[in-house]
Design a protein. Sequence first.
Length: 77
Amino acid sequence: MKRLQISLEPELDQLLNEMARQSGVSKAEVVRRSLRQNIGLPPRLADDPIFELFGSGTGQGRRPGETVDDILYGPRE
C-alpha cells in the first residue's frame, strides 16, 4: 500500500472521525472506501470491449462481418 498525507479542514476531520468510529474501521479505511465509491478503479483491460479489437481479449479478435460497433455496443438486433 502507498502512504499518502492529506490536509483536511477541522470540520471534515471530525466527520471522518465519526464515520470511522461508527463503522468500526480506521480513518484511512473510510477514505479508501470513499475513493473506491466515488472515483472507482479503472476497468481491467480484458473487460474493456475495445480490447477485442486487437484479438487479444479472448483470442478471437474480430469475426467475419463483425463491425467495430458490434464489438463496442453489442450485435444489432
